[in-house]
Write a protein that binds this ligand. Structure first.
Ligand code: PLP
Length: 457
């Protein structure tokens, strides 16, 4: 058992046993407050201290069990601490843990070959591995600029692309753009937010005006030669905003006419999450030139990938390193996750159980006027909460109250949207209908509790 003496630290931290909890819940919260940047924010009035997890369940420091329908922000695709994935990880970590990308390793090579096979239309056959979605997007933008020789990028409002200076600039969501950063050469188009249409129109009579407006944006705010368009097939942090079926095909045609590449940011929507397909963009009949992903690929181990058409990848000339990119342990975990998804047919489960979840959420919508819209695809579903369905005033304080109530009812969900009024639901891909029924029962009880708390104010 590893034991370290660390004099000089507060008493609760002096002795660290790595395989056994030694800090109390309150000591953990205190250390978080004292030693972490305050920008490391948490859900709930008092942060939830998580001690362990298994399958679809998470356990807090007091031993309470929660049904996890958020999956560590859309990351737990194969269930927590999946035994098959973890067995592969254990074997790999004892064989080869790290050498960096300046050496070739089997886990990285095998994963790249596997991704080439499942990439959209089998066309994005080259991979660049990094550790986070942010880095994958950085790589995508640099590559698009090298390939096209142009520099301007069209991104979408309400998008989220990460936390580096460039990724924050790409992000069209002011809550996540810190430090007043803004790099030149990025413009933001209206997104396909049908529930709050930026043009005040209604689909389908709108003829997808937001997609056609991309041309006007390019002609009026860029040099007329762009490097790329980047978008999430379903905007994750934005609140699972799901464009209509023809949206991306219209945008793709415009983008290509102005010389740009199409980058699909699939940090949340890949690996079967949207049901039936490996990638979210495949539902829209568009084959991107570059696709980025991370999160669910290795079920919680840090790995990200930028996939590109070979000629696009080949344009990134000169050497570049990601020290931990394609790390053998994370790459092995990723392959084991992909195996698990294939063996258990989880893309089909995401479609079928996702449809079941969607229907049950729509039943809740009939019961609770707070639910303005239910949207999403597969096992990526959201509820947008409004004070009044007519005015669509965002129900932000009510959403915070509901979050507290879900905690009381021992379910985990996420929160998002520009106004923080969207409940995000993204359980592991291997949940069943009985889990959905239990989740809905507890969510229903949470709405009741939330109404009671609001009425008592
Ligand atoms: C669509 C999207 N892109 C990029 C990122 C950034 O990923 P990371 O947090 O791994 O840097 C996120 C993270 O939530 C995301 O949802």
């Amino acid at each position: 058992m590893a034991l370290q003496k660390q004099p000089g630290l507060p008493s609760c931290l002096r002795t660290v046993r790595y395989n056994q909890a030694v800090m109390t819940r309150d000591e953990i919260l205190l250390a978080h407050r004292q030693f972490l940047f305050p920008s490391v924010f948490h859900y709930y009035k008092t942060p939830l201290v998580v001690a362990r997890a298994r399958d679809q369940y998470v356990f807090d420091a007091d031993g309470n069990q929660y049904l996890d329908f958020f999956g560590g922000i859309v990351t737990i695709s194969a269930g927590h601490c999946n035994p098959k994935v973890n067995r592969a990880v254990h074997e790999q970590i004892d064989r080869l843990e790290h050498v960096s990308t300046v050496f070739a390793t089997e886990p990285q090579a095998a994963l790249a070959a596997r991704l080439a096979r499942i990439s959209p239309q089998g066309r994005l056959t080259k991979s660049f591995f990094t550790n986070s979605g942010t880095e994958a997007n950085e790589t995508a933008i640099v590559t698009a600029r090298c390939y096209t020789g142009a520099s301007e990028i069209v991104a979408l409002r309400h998008s989220y692309h990460g936390r580096s200076a460039l990724a924050m600039t790409l992000t069209g969501h002011s809550n996540w753009r810190l430090g007043g950063v803004s790099q030149p050469g990025v413009v933001h188009a209206h997104n396909a937010y049908c529930y709050r249409c930026p043009f005040g129109l209604t689909y389908p009579d709108c003829e997808v005006r937001c997609a056609r407006d991309v041309e006007e944006l390019i002609r009026t705010t860029t040099s007329g030669r762009i490097a790329a368009f980047i978008a999430e097939p379903i905007q994750g942090v934005g609140g699972f905003i799901t464009p209509p079926p023809e949206y991306f095909r219209i945008v793709e045609e415009i983008v290509r006419r102005y010389g740009g590449l199409f980058i699909s940011d699939e940090v949340q929507t890949a690996w079967g999450r949207t049901g039936g397909k490996w990638f979210g963009i495949e539902h829209y009949g568009v084959t991107p030139d570059i696709l980025t992903s991370a999160k669910g690929l290795a079920n919680g181990l840090p790995i990200a990938v930028t996939l590109a058409r070979p000629e696009v990848a080949d344009s990134l000339k000169g050497a570049t390193i990601s020290t931990f990119g394609g790390n053998p342990v994370a790459a092995t975990a990723a392959r084991a996750v992909l195996d698990f998804i294939e063996e258990e047919d989880l893309r089909a489960n995401a479609a079928e159980t996702g449809a079941f979840l969607r229907a049950r959420l729509e039943e809740l919508q009939e019961k609770h006027p707070l639910i303005g819209e239910v949207r999403g695809m597969g096992l990526l579903q959201a509820l947008e909460l409004v004070r009044d369905r007519g005015t669509q005033e965002p129900a932000t304080p009510e959403t915070l109250e509901l979050m507290e109530a879900t905690r009381e009812n021992r379910i985990l969900v996420g929160r998002g949207g520009l106004y923080g009024n969207v409940i995000r639901i993204s359980p592991p891909l291997n949940i069943g209908k009985a889990d959905v029924d239990e989740f809905i029962r507890r969510l229903d009880a949470s709405f009741a509790r939330c109404h009671a708390a609001l009425a008592a104010r």
